[in-house]
Design a protein around this ligand. Sequence first.
Ligand code: FES
Length: 124
Amino acid sequence: MYSNKVMDHFNNPRNMGEIEKADGVGTVGNAKCGDIMRIYLVIEDNVIKDVKFKTFGCGAAVATSSIATELIKGKTVDEALNVTNKAVMEALDGLPTAKIHCSLLAEEAIKAAIEDYKNKKGVE
Ligand code: FES
């Protein structure tokens, strides 16, 4: 049902944790399943220097958060905004149809964290 990559990121999540003085924090939830994902970003010169996540949710949500942090680390803010849930799913070699919504949480959490960063810094 799950790809080896999903199982790997579920069993060994990358960048799990919190960043106390994050430049941007984004929290999103899925109303149906009640799962919650939070992403913390450290941004310097418009580049994502560090990222951590906390996910209170299903295994697919943990795996998508984990791979999403890897996808955006080292990217510019604009590049990170272009990371879609499709890209997240592709990086995981796919997700079962019933779990596609879990990958949306990752995309939304990244966008929410960047929006928080922009609001804090007063950037457009
Ligand atoms: Fe809710 Fe996966 S079942 S995020």
